[in-house]
Ligand binder design. Structure first.
Ligand code: IPD
Ligand code: CA
Ligand code: CA
Length: 270
């Protein structure tokens, strides 16, 4: 395993313990609403602290960007390389708080602006998705590949609703209407990090979502790409981390999905 992935795994396991313990006593967990529908709990904060402590201890010069505590700026590295960890301590907080067991820890590392390693850990099912650039993707140490489904009528797409960006809701409703005519069915599972991993291992046939944050998707993007998934933004470019949009599937379904999205994108003149 890539040495930095080994450290990320240790950090994710620490966070996983915090999350499992919190999940066993959910009735005692209090949550605050950061913005309408966007919650944070003490578990998110403690899990992030646990991850940061492990990473900082091993790599004191690396920058760490965490959803809950923002950026801890690193120092210039001896070799001149720039390392940036991007972490979401609990992706799927709404599920967690509702007792729905679909959430995960997400940890990505960028080296000189490129995704280098990615890890998504589901502590309830004890599923660890990992990838290192150029070295493939694994689920609990076993190589994974996306599926080869070519028929949209037999395919299930994952998505999410942009509740933090209500101005995008009409657009999403339009996409959903169009996609349901072409694809078999749709799921809103509630953790973008796991959605990407589910496409990577072939459970979902495709996934798209708008207006996400880098910590939701950075690790999952690398895991998906290393499993043979085509990942783009809504315009079929590769600025997913800048725009926060992802459209992903195997090469056959990606074409259909991207074309349907393009045909149903609301422009000012529509
Ligand atoms: C959320 C999840 C969800 C997505 C939201 C994200 P959080 O992350 O990834 O699937 O639809 O937009 O914010 O807030 O639970 O870390
Ligand atoms: Ca998230
Ligand atoms: Ca989160």
């Amino acid at each position: 395993m890539h040495p930095m992935l080994t450290i990320a795994k240790r950090a994710a396991e620490e966070a996983g313990r915090v999350i499992q313990q919190g999940y066993r006593q959910l009735e005692q967990i209090q949550a605050q609403e950061k913005s309408p529908g966007d919650f944070v709990s003490i578990v998110d904060q403690q899990a992030e602290r646990a991850i940061k402590a492990v990473l900082h201890d091993k790599y004191p010069t690396h920058t760490i960007i965490g959803e809950e505590s923002g950026e801890t700026q690193g120092k210039p590295n001896k070799g001149g390389d720039d390392y940036q960890w991007i972490i979401d301590p609990l992706d799927g907080t709404a599920n967690f708080l509702h007792g729905i067991a679909q959430f995960a820890v997400s940890i990505a590392l960028m080296k000189n602006g490129r995704l280098e390693v990615g890890l998504v850990y589901d502590p309830i099912n004890d599923e660890l998705f990992t990838a290192a650039r150029g070295q493939g993707a694994q689920l609990n140490g076993r190589r994974i590949r996306t599926n080869a489904q070519r028929d949209p009528a037999r395919s299930i797409i994952g998505t999410g609703f942009p509740f933090k960006n209500p101005e995008l809701m009409d657009q999403q409703v339009r996409y959903v209407g169009a996609l349901l005519q072409e694809f078999s069915d749709l799921r809103r599972l509630g953790s973008a990090a796991l959605d990407l991993c589910y496409v990577a291992c072939g459970r979902l046939d495709a996934f798209y979502e708008m207006a996400l944050n880098p910590w939701d998707i950075a690790a999952g993007i690398l895991i998906a790409q290393e499993a043979g998934v085509i990942v783009t933004d809504l315009k079929e470019g590769h600025e997913m981390l800048d725009h926060g949009d992802v459209v992903c599937a195997n090469p056959y379904l990606h074409k259909v999905l991207a074309a349907t999205i393009k045909a149903n994108t609301i422009t000012e003149t529509t």
